[in-house]
Write a protein that binds this ligand. Structure first.
Ligand code: F6P
Length: 361
């Protein structure tokens, strides 16, 4: 296909960093196909996130590399949690190496696909004079500046399916089932999946819970003849008591419980509070695996192709975001160093309450 217009970007590098998620390959395909077919750009794939750019692990990508990957989980480029700016002296060496490799490969821009950390690093590299474009991915949906990140919708579907399955076990055994989703700092995934799965209690990091309130809710359900309950909890949820503790005291307290995660602590607290038989399930990495949902494929493709248009126009220093029903660039300073949490006045919290869900308070 002929190029639409002469492209300002001739050569760009692309990497995926941070935790993987469904939709990364769809986004890689979106960027690369549009950049190659419409604008004839040269594309260099960087292995394992920023680590690959530090080590110079870079290879040209040809159309066959980004063909047939739309539906594949994971990332064909590999990923790592390398944060080059993290520690001072070694950090300086790493940033120097990144700049050297960027110049050595004559990149006009580096496209980074990732979450808060990845886009923050992108912003810092832009401050160092590199041309950067970011794309938002994470199952946590906690990137400031975009309404959605790809990966989120797929993870909601996985979590909802798991909750549905655990629902029937809860009902058969007259138990309380506590289901832990990912989400350290933000409770979007637990909230969405909790509502989709009909959670009777949803606990998120933004609302420290009171076990007494949970106990009252479960007892009142039992009083209505409901012999089981579903509790959805984000991995970063915490009790009101824990919220008051210093970080190190909280860590010590959790170690002393001898329990591996919040789902187990909440399950034990529920048993102590209500006497109800309670089980914990941690969904773990299953939430980040496998094929992307149709919605994530579309979002990743829209974000990817929009990134190619920005590359062609030479509009750098941006993260491509979903704003309302459209796709638009926001300055990389918007997501940098931030976490998009569930605001206390988010309408979805009221939606949950309106259908009788207890939010732990
Ligand atoms: O990508 C974000 C996330 O899904 C968090 O919710 C979770 O805490 C984290 O990844 C765990 O990832 P890893 O163990 O791969 O670093």
């Amino acid at each position: 296909m002929e190029a639409r217009e002469p492209s300002i970007t001739k050569t760009f590098g692309i990497l995926t960093a941070g935790g993987d998620c469904p939709g990364l390959n769809a986004a890689i395909r979106g960027v690369c196909r549009a950049a190659y077919d419409r604008y004839h750009m040269n594309i260099l794939g960087i292995t394992n996130g920023y680590r690959g750019l530090i080590d110079g692990d870079v290879r040209p990508l040809a159309p066959e590399d980004f063909s047939g990957i739309l539906t594949r989980g994971g990332t064909i480029l590999g990923t790592s949690r390398e944060k080059p700016f993290k520690s001072s002296e070694i950090g300086e060496d790493k940033v120097r190496a990144i700049k050297e490799n960027y110049n050595k490969h004559k990149l006009d821009c580096l496209v980074v696909l990732g979450g808060n950390g990845t886009n923050t690093t992108g912003y810092l590299l832009a401050q160092e004079g590199l041309n950067i474009l970011g794309l938002p991915k994470t199952i946590d949906n906690d990137i400031e500046g975009t309404e959605r990140s790809f990966g989120f919708h797929s993870a909601i579907a996985i979590c909802t399916d798991a909750i549905d399955r655990l629902h029937s076990i809860a009902a058969s055994h007259n138990r309380v089932m506590v289901i832990e989703t990912m989400g350290h700092k933000a409770g979007w995934l637990a909230l969405y999946a909790g509502i989709a799965g009909g959670g009777d209690v949803i606990l998120i990091p933004e609302i420290p819970y009171d076990i007494k309130a949970i106990g009252r809710h479960l007892n009142s359900r039992a009083g209505e003849g409901k012999s089981f309950s579903i509790v959805v909890v984000a991995e970063g949820a915490l009790s009101a008591e824990e919220a008051k503790m210093e970080k190190k005291d909280r860590k010590k307290y959790r170690m002393e419980t001898g329990l591996p995660s919040i789902a187990y602590r909440v399950a034990r607290e529920i048993e102590e509070e209500t006497g109800m038989e309670t089980r914990a399930t941690v969904l773990g990495y299953v939430q980040r695996g496998g094929i992307p949902s149709a919605s994530d494929r579309v979002l990743a493709t829209r974000l990817g192709t929009a990134a190619a248009d920005l590359l062609a126009r030479g509009e750098y220093g941006k993260m491509v975001a979903q704003l309302g029903s459209g796709i638009a660039p926001v300055d990389l300073s918007v997501p940098a160093g931030k976490i998009k949490k569930v605001p206390r006045d988010d309408p979805l919290l009221d939606t949950a309450i309106a259908v009788g869900t207890c939010l732990g308070v």
